[in-house]
Design a protein around this ligand. Structure first.
Ligand code: FE2
Length: 435
């Protein structure tokens, strides 16, 4: 074999699915080429390279279901968002757009992909603005997708950021972007001039996606207005056009403020249509409820309720160091940590569900092939300095090793401090020790 990881613990979502393995059991993972070929307790084989996991968690890679790579790492260009508000962020993006160049877009995106790999984030769905007639960002991110393909899965969404109907050539540009190789159809119905225009944009985009056999992912109801109900139209169109399992609604923040009786009808509709939801906890908690006095709404969509209904829910990062968000480093455990807090998902199973929201659930939304830790799966995995998913979230655990397509592509030291208190040196690694 080419690589063996020995003595690993797997996430519950893997151990439940894999036959024979039970929680906390240490297993060995054998890799040949770019495939996992064996997952068993004591693998009687040798490999050119072996890694001793020593009880650490090995997970399939982190997956970001919602990102904006055309804006990332532009912090400070041409100035910073001093107020930190959505409106100043939109104005800032408008100021930055005329100065964008192909080379700078590619360079920033590649730098972010380096950060992502180091964080064990090996698949990203990024929206890309198609409202610029030059399709500058589309061309740049197609080049980035090509260049990172040997080690990372990048999926592009054609995003009519200024509105499909509101921006004169947006639909033509979106179609051109799809012809150039962009993967997914995007939209932003709540940004159209009227509710009716928003619904019309959903219909047009879903019909186009059905005709082309593509997936759909719309920024949908990113608003505190409880009457922003485009998700209902998106579920209806998904059902009508037979797009079940291929459609996601991103943000869905208006659902936070919706009438509860209405939501009791809406969630079964989403479930019936197989529409997935993508919450973006870092961005939702900073941008939503911003104009409230007190009490201030959190604004994130109803994650535990959707999961209980059987709707697939992922958490996305959305932004890192761009006009809308000045923080972030590509760490999906930070995203899961925030999601857990905002949704008050502190139950044992609920905390694990937050880990799944940045791994397994997101992979299903992207439709990633061979995602998992089982024989036959793609040899993509991350060794975390943690014993389980909850500890990984609590510690934002170090990515001790990141494996992509069967090769170790990143190593990080486990996090610890050395104390020298009154002459008794000791190591601290923030794990609970019991004697
Ligand atoms: Fe977004």
């Amino acid at each position: 074999m080419d690589l063996i990881i020995r003595g690993a613990v797997l996430p519950r979502s893997v151990t439940r699915a894999a036959s024979g393995a039970h929680a906390d059991e240490r297993i060995d993972i054998g890799i040949e080429g770019a495939r996992i070929v064996a997952v068993e307790p004591h693998l009687a084989a040798h490999a050119q390279q072996e890694i001793n996991a020593d009880g650490m968690l090995v997970t399939p890679p982190f997956v970001d279901a919602h990102f904006h790579m055309d804006a990332t790492l532009s912090y400070g260009l041409p100035r910073v968002n001093a107020s930190g508000t959505l409106l100043e962020g939109i104005a800032l993006w408008g100021e930055l757009k005329p100065h964008l160049t192909h080379e700078a877009l590619v360079e920033r995106a590649l730098q972010y992909c380096d950060w992502a790999v180091a964080r064990g984030l090996l698949a990203i769905r990024t929206h890309v603005d198609v409202c610029d007639d030059r399709l500058l960002a589309v061309q740049a991110l197609l080049e980035v997708r090509r260049r990172v393909a040997p080690y990372m899965d990048l999926q592009l969404v054609a995003f009519p950021q200024d509105g499909l109907l509101r921006s004169p050539r947006a639909f033509d540009n979106l179609k051109r972007a799809i012809d150039l190789g962009v993967d997914v159809v995007g939209g932003i119905p709540h940004f159209e001039r009227t509710m009716a225009d928003g619904a019309e944009s959903v219909r047009m985009l879903c019909e186009f996606a059905a005709q082309k056999g593509l997936r759909v992912d719309m920024h949908c109801d990113e608003s505190d207005d409880p009457l922003s109900r485009h998700i209902e139209t998106l579920a209806g169109e998904t059902h009508r056009l037979g797009l079940q399992g291929r459609v996601a609604g991103s943000h869905l923040t208006s659902m936070h403020s919706m009438d509860h009786y209405y939501v009791s009808k809406l969630l079964p509709l989403m479930h019936e249509a197989g529409v997935a939801a993508i919450a973006n906890p870092l961005i939702n908690i900073t941008l939503q409820g911003r104009s409230d006095t007190y009490p201030k709404r959190r604004g994130m969509t109803r994650v535990p309720e959707m999961l209980a209904m059987g709707i697939n829910v992922a958490f996305g990062h959305d932004c890192v160091m761009d006009p809308w968000y000045s923080l972030g480093s590509g760490d999906m455990l930070e995203v899961a940590h925030m999601g857990l807090h905002v949704a008050q998902m502190t139950g044992t199973d609920a905390m694990r569900a937050c880990f799944d929201a940045v791994t397994f659930n997101a992979a299903r939304i992207l439709g990633l092939e061979g995602y998992g830790i089982e024989p036959g799966c793609a040899a993509n995995c991350v060794l975390l300095d943690a014993r389980d998913e909850v500890e990984a979230i609590r510690l934002r655990a170090a990515r001790v090793a990141v494996v992509s397509r069967g090769k170790v592509v990143s190593r990080s030291p486990a996090a610890h401090a050395t104390l020298t208190l009154e002459g008794r040196p000791q190591q601290v690694d923030f794990k609970l020790r019991r004697t």
